[in-house]
Design a protein around this ligand. Structure first.
Ligand code: 13P
Length: 251
């Protein structure tokens, strides 16, 4: 049975006092979170430990990125092993902002996935097409290439540990959400290529989250799509009330 997951990606937002205020509000609201939804909070790396210590154990934390390297002279970087040693259970890998602004290729993303799995950190692997690819009908090819190049070298056992997030780049931070039909179609497609390469069982068990302008008003319909197992939420995860509504919508 695949897990329902709602993850909040704070990106590079909030001062430390603001981050603590949001964390405390989420802790207070957490008694109203559905028991069958894994809630994940992904603050900036600097705040991971502080946020972890304020959250109930039932909520998990995620880093927004990690290095593909184990350790050594990589100034400014954080390894998956370091994350694990600090109680960070998840790490977002291959977010489109990392691909776009920091030049992360499918090859680097694959190495980061490997680093996470080697160190017992669950990768939340992001994929998604840009607008011109959607408009020219290339979106299935783009996503298929991203998924295959980053994940398909993994064993069945390893893939079963990965969470996939489909985040069409044109929907991120734009207020333009993919329609329920567009989201469902791509999620079903991703599941089908996983089924072809691995098995129906693995494909049925992997959680595929939708990301891109998810908000308190549209979450319920998106999460009701049969192949959408929750969301990776940016802007709306910065407000405790909105994020709480989104979490409840995943029930
Ligand atoms: P928004 O929800 O702000 O569109 O961001 C989505 C996202 O990039 C989550 O990783």
């Amino acid at each position: 049975m695949r897990k329902k997951i709602v993850a909040g990606n704070w990106k590079m937002n909030k001062s430390w006092p603001e981050a603590m205020e949001l964390t405390k509000s989420l802790s207070l609201n957490s008694s109203s979170f559905p028991a069958d939804v894994q809630v994940i909070v992904s603050p900036p790396a600097l705040y991971l430990q502080g946020v972890r210590s304020e959250l109930p154990e039932t909520l998990a934390i995620a880093a927004q990125n990690c290095s593909q390297h184990e350790s050594g002279a990589y100034t400014g970087e954080i390894s998956a092993g370091m994350l694990k040693s600090m109680g960070v259970a998840y790490c977002i890998i291959g977010h489109s902002e990392r691909r776009q602004y920091y030049g992360e290729t499918n090859e680097v993303i694959r190495e980061k996935i490997d680093a996470c799995l080697k160190n017992g950190v669950t990768p939340i692997f992001c994929c998604g097409e840009i607008l011109s690819e959607r408009n020219s009908g290339e979106h299935f090819n783009t996503v298929s290439t991203q998924v295959k190049q980053a994940l398909f070298h993994l064993s069945e056992e390893q893939l079963a540990l990965v969470v996939i997030a489909y985040e069409p780049v044109w929907a991120i931070g734009t207020g333009v959400t993919a329609s329920n039909e567009q989201a469902e179609e791509m999620h079903a497609f991703i599941r089908s290529i996983v089924a072809q390469h691995y098995s129906e069982t693995i494909a049925n068990d992997i959680s595929i989250l939708y990301g891109g302008s998810v908000n308190a008003a549209n979450a319920k319909e998106l999460f009701a799509c049969p192949n959408v197992d929750g969301g990776l939420v940016g802007g709306a995860s910065l407000k405790a009330a909105d994020f709480t509504t989104i979490i409840q919508a995943a029930q």
